[in-house]
Design a protein around this ligand. Structure first.
Ligand code: HEM
Length: 654
């Protein structure tokens, strides 16, 4: 519930009061008027109407209303079971649900001032906080599904549905703006306000630089969390940043889908070169791979110091230029390290996968899963050709990945005890089920570089983070399983101000501020209105860190209304029980659900065993976290699988 804005939560409670109140009123009146002479029925009328009074009090935000409603609700159940001798099961569950629906709002209601009021207030708080409600909801799959739907639907409905009226091509509505997805979409129209009075991006970089401060760690996340976030976003957030393109920062090369292009390539031609050519039957549908020791990895991109010609169609890895320059360095140390890194780059579908060994590690796992599934399909479906095997394995792997996105990754981010489920049916009739289009705001809010620690440990050796850039050797030397265990055993950095590694500040944070300006994004304060939150009135309301307040106050001359969107996102305090601040969390949730659950493979007439085959259907049902895929594609023991997680073992809900 904490992910819903206060205004939406108020509206949701009002709506529930109206719906449940109307039902109770209707039933009260029916019992009073439609059973002449039947006193057992007539007396039930006032009990229902008393329940309506309880709901009215909750509508007025009085906690006592919850207790009146719950007591009378309980009485209705007893009355039906013992006096009207109706079947008990008809009444127990619905009446628990009716009361349970109001529980998440209990803390927002006012306690009574008397002793009874205070006692009930405390008891209710305990009731709200205890895990029993969560367990109860989980134990009733239909209820879990219903609550899951309500939460996801409520979140996505905070903002207007796609298509957004504007994109970065024009600052007014135009046909090109509505259809050409090479330009990034935008949630809010561009601002006319000139940027000249605002602080220079280089000065604002001070908000991200750690300086001499020690690195802050995230209390909730292991390094597996940013590893996954980076891999996920590299697949569909793809802003053009090459300054030789006159429209850099505004254009993108995204397919706007979770399509696993880091594994399969962005285009048909790229997919083709990643697949085994003219395969023997046992290799039907497989992606090219090599064995290093007894482990399967993608093939290398370079052969004998030259790009392997079979892979020229692939996008060149981002940052390759730097490595190639260093390969000619006069300093033998730099030169040898660069040559080693170059020769161990993998031929991957995505140009950003080689950027750090963590991302290569995830792609390797998915590559193995694809090839394993392809092998199974060949055995089980002798009539299938190479393409059918490939396409079906690809369908399964993409949906497995989306399940992990929702059921492991989003659940890690969410401050909720109740696990959310990847239930595709939520989107089938939803008004927000519209074609995806990545926005420029999304590309900025997802830049979580402060999660990256200064040092990353691989196989017992500590690497300063900059020595891991485009360096797959730690992964290859230690093996994939060890990589997952290592990433799960380390703390992620804390997302927020003064915490980005210096190697990433100039390279990423400064251009990010520039991107916001180039796209004429409205201020952070204006975006608060868009997501239905009350904007902070001062920097002190945004952040509890005096250093942040002082810095921003000075740079923006005390005017929070001028603060750049990107700056506000990362200056804001993190919320309890989540690794993220509220605005990022809300906007991630909106876009994550409305873009993941609208995947064509999850649509109503596609999401069935015919699309995935019986075996594939069963396989994708067995996946909800990375450890499930590791169990199939590594030699991990059950103990090791338990050690693979995005949430730190020492973390507890507050
Ligand atoms: C050590 C780890 C990381 C490195 C070396 C790295 C590197 C980079 C670089 C060089 C860029 C700029 C790309 C360009 O100029 O086109 C970038 C952008 C970006 N990074 Fe990272 N990154 C890392 C971790 C992360 C993490 C943990 C996230 C979390 C989600 C993330 C999300 C993004 C996003 C969303 C962008 C913008 C992409 C776009 O709009 O095209 N990165 N990163």
């Amino acid at each position: 519930m904490k992910t819903i804005s206060a205004t939406s939560k108020r509206r949701l409670l009002n709506l529930i009061c109206v719906i449940v109140g109307t039902m109770m009123l209707y039933r009260g009146l029916i019992n009073l008027t439609q059973y002449p002479g039947n006193w057992e029925r007539i007396l039930l009328g006032p009990i229902f109407l008393g329940g309506v009074y309880g709901i009215y009090l909750m509508y007025r935000r009085k906690r006592i209303g919850f207790w009146i409603f719950t007591a009378l609700n309980f009485l209705v159940g007893i009355w039906f079971i013992y006096i009207l001798e109706d079947i008990w099961s008809h009444h127990v569950l619905p009446h628990i649900v009716f009361s349970a629906i109001f529980l998440p709002f209990y803390c927002d209601m006012e306690p009574g001032s008397g002793r009874l009021g205070q006692f009930l207030g405390k008891s209710g708080r305990r009731l709200v906080n205890i895990e029993i409600i969560t367990r109860l909801i989980i134990a009733l799959p239909w209820l879990h599904k219903l609550v899951n739907r309500l939460i996801i639907d409520g979140l996505v409905s905070i903002v207007r549905t796609r298509p957004h009226p504007w994109s970065t091509v024009h600052d007014y509505v135009s046909w090109r703006g509505l259809t050409d997805r090479n330009w990034s979409a935008r949630h809010m129209p561009p601002t006319d306000a000139p940027h000249s009075g605002k602080p220079a991006p280089k000065d604002l970089a001070a908000l991200f630089s750690r300086g001499t401060r020690p690195q802050a760690h995230c209390p909730k996340s292991t390094l597996l969390f940013p590893t996954f976030a980076q891999y996920l976003t590299d697949g569909f957030i793809r802003t053009v940043s090459d300054q030789s393109d006159p429209d850099f920062f505004k254009k993108n090369t995204s397919n706007h889908q979770i399509d696993l292009c880091p594994l399969y390539g962005r285009t048909v031609e790229q997919t083709q070169v990643l697949r085994v050519n003219n395969p023997q039957r046992q290799d039907f549908g497989k992606l090219k791979s090599q064995m290093i020791g007894d482990e399967e990895f993608a093939p290398y991109l370079f052969l004998n110091g030259k790009p392997d010609p079979q892979f020229t169609t692939l996008d060149e890895p981002l940052g390759l230029d730097d490595i190639l320059k260093q390969c000619n360095s006069s300093d033998p140390k730099i030169k040898n390290h660069a040559i080693l890194r170059r020769d161990h780059l993998f031929a991957f579908g995505g140009d950003r996968v080689n950027s750090v060994p963590q991302a290569s590690m995830l792609n390797t796992l998915l590559l193995r899963e694809h090839n394993r599934l392809a092998g199974e399909f060949v055995t089980r479906n002798p009539e299938w050709d190479d393409d059918r095997v490939f396409e079906t394995a690809r369908n399964v792997v993409i949906v497995e990945f989306i399940k992990i996105v929702v059921e492991e990754y989003i659940n890690h981010i969410a401050p909720l005890r109740l696990p959310l489920m990847a239930d595709p049916s939520i989107a089938w009739q939803a008004p927000w089920n519209k074609p995806n289009w990545i926005t420029t705001e999304f590309s900025l809010l997802y830049r979580w570089h402060s999660l990256i620690p200064d040092t990353v440990t691989w196989g017992g050796s500590d690497y300063p983070v900059e020595l891991t850039f485009m360096n797959n050797l730690p992964l290859i030397n230690g093996g994939m399983l060890q990589g997952f265990l290592d990433m799960s055993a380390q703390k992620a950095g804390a997302l927020g101000p003064f915490n980005t590694n210096k190697s990433l500040v100039e390279r990423i944070e400064v251009p990010s501020i520039e991107q916001g300006r180039a796209c004429q994004l409205q201020s952070f304060v204006n975006y608060q209105g868009y997501i239905q939150r009350t904007p902070p009135a001062s920097f002190a309301e945004l952040s509890s860190d005096p250093a942040v307040v002082q810095l921003l106050d000075t740079l923006y001359d005390g005017r929070i209304e001028d603060m750049d969107y990107y700056i506000g996102l990362f200056a804001e305090d993190r919320i309890e029980n989540s690794p993220l601040p509220q605005t990022i969390l809300t906007m991630v949730a909106i876009d994550a659900f409305s873009q993941a659950l609208t995947n064509p493979l999850l649509s109503e007439h596609v999401f069935n065993s015919e699309t995935f085959s019986d075996y594939g259907w069963e396989q994708l049902r067995g996946v909800s976290c990375l450890a499930d895929l590791l169990a199939r594609n590594s030699s991990a023991s059950p103990e090791q699988l338990r050690d693979v997680h995005m949430t730190r073992r020492d973390w507890r809900f507050k």
